[in-house]
Design a protein around this ligand. Structure first.
Ligand code: WT7
Length: 659
């Protein structure tokens, strides 16, 4: 709770810099409020006008919002469009074909630039190759690719044909990949030989082969392999190399126009059960919010050099790499590597080299770089010329005020506003965020809703709470870029996001929030479900527990989060083995290592517990429920103050205390 309290007393206010505000889309709070009022007065009309302004429709919509069957809302449903046309062709047609769309910097510092015209050719050739292989609108493709031009091209090529893509982050294991292939029913996989990060080759194709040894192999027909390094890999008859299949394809491919509600993509994310859920997004509504937030939250201008550091395997890399910056016709940086290679000055060096003007990253990266520069002054941002920056952003988790202020001063030179953008895989784009030329900033607060987003803090019955009272964050009206359903599980979609207790009409974000008494600013207090946030990535405790108990020697496991200086939260697992409990330090660390590697193999390295504690049992109530609250306190090293008389087995606490 101490962190929440310290946020409440945060009273430093940073007003938008006058120079920035002068040229901003919204240059003071009255303009922001006017836009909100517009949305209040004619909600549907507000969104319809923006959809006409920001997107090019092949055939215009006449229906704005169909809310006949809540919570299955449909936006602009009789309109037809193509996402790839909106991201590429439109800019070439308007005379901007020579503008650089993508600047790729590889792990080892090589640079490749792609203009909009060239991007169009690459996407078209790829799409033509997919047509030749028989793929068409409605098919699903899994994309398991490194951060690369080809990764973005794959997504855009699918979008061009109405093939619903599902990108799987390259850090996920073969097992996770297999689950997703099966769940989404993908006939096609697009992958690479390896990905290169921090000077190391990480095999991707090998993981695909492993994922295709069981049930998934009956679904998948083709595997397209991009040669990142060209190292030798095993190829089966179903595998083809990307360069070979596109070689003789035509430079142009007619886009396939789809209904606005056509699923552009499905992206898996963790929830509070063991199985990840496939978040399904639409084409029109999703693309609208991508472009709109580029325009307002990032105040994007034609000459900006935009850099969002997120991987295309996450929602941030969908909205603010693969779609948003292209929809608004901007130049962006795509980076293959990691922030600490060859040293922790890499981000600052790249900002200087490329003249980045808008920089968007995660609090965990900022905290890691603060730490690195306090250990080694040479990698500190002060050593680089960062004058090109005019706006900074963060996303993924709450940013602690100290890190915010460091980012503001040391990276932004006390000149750049910071947009602390709150959103989720499910919201498609920013939902609570400052407008950089208008909103006075308070470190640690994501401030106010994007115009048109009806966010509120409510109690368990759906009643709105007064400012200063913490509760559940909800969005009370449907908005265009919202999740449409969970792929193949409409029931779970309804239950998870539109619970009956809240009238079935409020979107439940799953985060706790509180609004500031004075100005109604939102502060996010973290998840209220069993979801952890590790380095801005979501992981379900149940998912990790299921992975642990799948290990033959594990009888029972409980996973909790523990505050961590760099990653925000870290994973602590409490494990009961079937065999004897390891007792000495060596045995414990050996067994822990085995289980950590097991989880990395089952889910991916990001899900590895940082700490594993072994006990003969777990603390349970007499009815057999694991007392997670106690485990969270134990993980933090707190003394158990509360009454433990309801515990079946109080003696177990000593064993699990980790001392
Ligand atoms: C969860 C969503 C949205 C892209 C990256 C994560 C947390 C996200 C913020 C922020 C406080 C934040 C929430 C949310 N979160 N942004 N600015 N301040 N918390 O997407 O994996 O779907 O995770 O990330 O807990 O529910 P995601």
């Amino acid at each position: 709770m101490s962190e929440i309290e310290s946020r409440l007393i945060e009273n430093r206010v940073f007003f938008p810099n006058a120079d920035f505000a002068k040229n901003a889309k919204l240059s003071d709070m009255s303009e922001y409020m006017a836009m909100c009022q517009l949305s209040n007065e004619g909600y549907e009309q507000f969104w319809a006008e923006l959809a006409r302004e920001f997107l090019i429709w092949h055939s215009p919509f006449t229906s704005i919002l169909n809310d006949q069957n809540p919570p299955f809302y449909r936006w602009f449903e009789d309109g037809m469009l193509n996402a790839s046309y909106n991201c590429i062709d439109r800019h070439v047609r308007s005379g901007n074909g020579d503008k650089v769309a993508l600047v790729f910097e590889s792990d080892d510092g090589k640079i490749e630039k792609v203009s909009y015209k060239t991007l169009l050719v690459k996407v078209c050739k790829f799409a033509n190759a997919l047509i030749r292989k028989g793929y068409k609108k409605g098919d699903r493709a899994i994309i398991y690719m490194p951060m690369s031009i080809e990764g973005v091209v794959s997504m855009q090529a699918c979008a061009r044909l109405g093939i619903t893509h599902s990108v799987v982050f390259g850090g996920f294991s073969a097992k996770s990949l297999e689950e997703r292939i099966i769940d989404v029913g993908a006939k096609l996989i697009i992958t690479a030989d390896v990905q290169v990060r921090g000077g190391k080759n990480i095999p991707l194709k090998k993981a695909v082969d492993e994922a295709l040894t069981g049930e998934a192999s009956k679904i998948v027909k083709d595997v397209i392999v991009y040669r990142r390094t060209g190292i030798e890999i095993e190829m089966s008859p179903r595998d083809v190399f990307l360069d070979e299949i596109i070689e003789s394809e035509e430079d142009y491919c007619e886009p396939v126009y789809v209904e606005s509600e056509h699923p552009l993509f499905v992206l898996y994310t963790s929830g509070s059960t063991g199985r990840p859920k496939g978040i399904q997004h639409s084409t029109g509504g999703y693309l609208l919010h991508s472009a709109l937030t580029m325009f307002y939250t990032f105040d994007i201008k034609p000459d900006d050099i935009f850099w969002c550091t997120a991987d295309i395997g996450w929602i941030t890399g969908h909205t603010y790499v693969a779609y948003g910056p292209l929809a608004t016709g901007n130049t962006q940086i795509i980076f293959e590597g990691v922030p600490t290679f060859p040293d922790a000055g890499r981000f600052w060096q790249m900002i200087e080299k490329h003249g980045v003007s808008i920089f968007y990253t995660a609090p965990t990266a900022i905290r890691a770089l603060i730490k690195a520069s306090s250990l080694n002054q040479r990698v500190a941002p002060e050593n680089y010329n960062l004058k090109s920056l005019r706006l900074l952003g963060t996303v993924g988790e709450p940013i602690n005020p100290e890190a915010w202020v460091w980012y503001y001063k040391n990276v932004g030179g006390s000149r750049c506003p910071i947009v602390d953008t709150f959103w989720q895989t499910e919201t498609g784009g920013h939902v609570i965020t400052p407008m950089p030329g208008a909103t006075p900033l308070i470190p640690g607060s994501c401030t106010l809703p994007f115009p048109g987003i009806d966010a509120a803090v409510v109690d368990e019955t759906g009643q709105e709470l007064p400012n200063g009272k913490g509760g559940m964050l909800v969005i009370r009206k449907p908005w265009p870029s919202m999740i449409r359903t969970i792929w193949g599980d409409a029931e779970r979609f309804k239950k998870t996001y539109f619970p009956k207790e809240l009238g079935g009409k409020f979107y439940l974000a799953g985060d706790g929030s509180i609004r500031d008494e004075k100005n109604g600013y939102f502060t996010i207090m973290g998840r209220i479900d069993d979801v952890l946030n590790i380095s801005g990535h979501r992981l379900g405790t149940m998912e990790i527990e299921s992975a642990l108990v799948a290990y033959e020697d594990v009888a029972e496991a409980a996973v909790v989060g523990k505050p961590d200086e760099v990653t925000g939260e870290s994973i602590v697992a409490f494990v009961v083995l079937k065999s004897k409990r390891p007792e000495n330090v060596k045995e414990i660390s050996e067994k822990a290592k085995v289980l950590q590697n097991w989880v990395a193999k089952e889910i991916g390295p990001i899900a590895k517990p940082k700490e594993i504690r072994f006990g003969d049992n777990l603390p349970k109530t007499r009815s057999g429920k694991i007392m997670r609250r106690l485990l969270r306190a134990l993980a933090k090293g707190e003394k158990i103050q509360q009454d433990v008389s309801t515990l079946e087995n109080p003696a177990i606490l000593e064993q699990l205390s980790g001392t």
